[in-house]
Design a protein around this ligand. Sequence first.
Ligand code: NAI
Length: 327
Amino acid sequence: MKAVVFDTHDYDRRALSEANANGTHALTFLDVRLDEQTAKLAEGFDAAIAFVNDHLDEPVLERLAAGGVRLVAMRCAGHNNLDLAAATRLGITVVTVPSYTPHAVAEHVFALTLSLLRSVPRAVSRVRDGNFSVEGLVGSLLCGKTFGIVGFGQIGRVVAGIARGFGCRVVIHDPYVKDTAADVENLPLEDLLARSDVISLHSPLTPQTRHLINAARLAMLKEGAVLINTGRGALVDTLALIETLKADRLGGVGLDVYELEEKFFYTDWSNDVLPDDVLARLLTFRKVLVTSHMGFLTREALAEIAQTTLRSLGDFEAGQTLKNRLS
Ligand code: NAI
């Protein structure tokens, strides 16, 4: 199948090329993101393969359809950046990669959590600078703490298992989950926020979950709580988060995602002035760690994402049932 792949980096091209080693599909890799200007580059292709920060709103999907694209393959789990109703109306089939190893994101949650609880980045930079003082770096244990998980899906469940391994009490908030194990309490969100020492967000971004963590809910967090967001940036009201950080009420904040990340994440801005005052302010807090939407970024996940995406292309071409079909 002729497919154009948007927003690719070396690691994407390598993983997809390895998964396509037998040359089944003709893949064209582009650096640019998919948006209204770049959609015309998909002309003449059967499929467009897109990622988390590509724009797949109605006008873009209309251009894709007009150019002959019949399949959009999201090489990610989330699809909040795609207008599914418009795709259906235009006769474009949409597939995602709903389940690649949830351990990739789940383990990143603990990379962030432990880095914050034990001040690892500050400790490393002090020692590198020849400063062996540990003043101000007293940490706290994860063992014995209450770990709150918002969204008890594939990733949330793996996070729960790891948290239990650390000796945490696990509480969750998921209005759609009924089958929790006996030792997992499914609490109203407000109760989870008030009781948890660490809160980790794993619900999808929907109109209902946008700014799920707003000023009122941030005020419910325990003094010294750690907030981790590896879900989607807009689950948290960033301006409200900044006010809470300024009041120095939180123990730490780990963000793998940011509301306005698409302009910055996956791009080298190190030689430029950062034109986003909110992101720039976030980066000034010593208790905040930001990573560039890399929770998934493991060799294992990239290989699985590539294989699942290309399998969907093959199944679509063969007219077979699509396991990961959205529309
Ligand atoms: P999933 O679909 O297996 O689980 C999501 C869970 O959230 C479901 O159990 C659902 O019932 C629950 N949920 C829905 N609305 C909710 C609400 N209002 N409050 C609480 N829970 C709610 O999804 P999965 O695979 O666990 O991924 C979760 C999210 O993680 C994705 O939607 C995506 O946005 C994000 N993600 C981030 C990655 C990264 O690299 N940082 C990589 C992969 C996913």
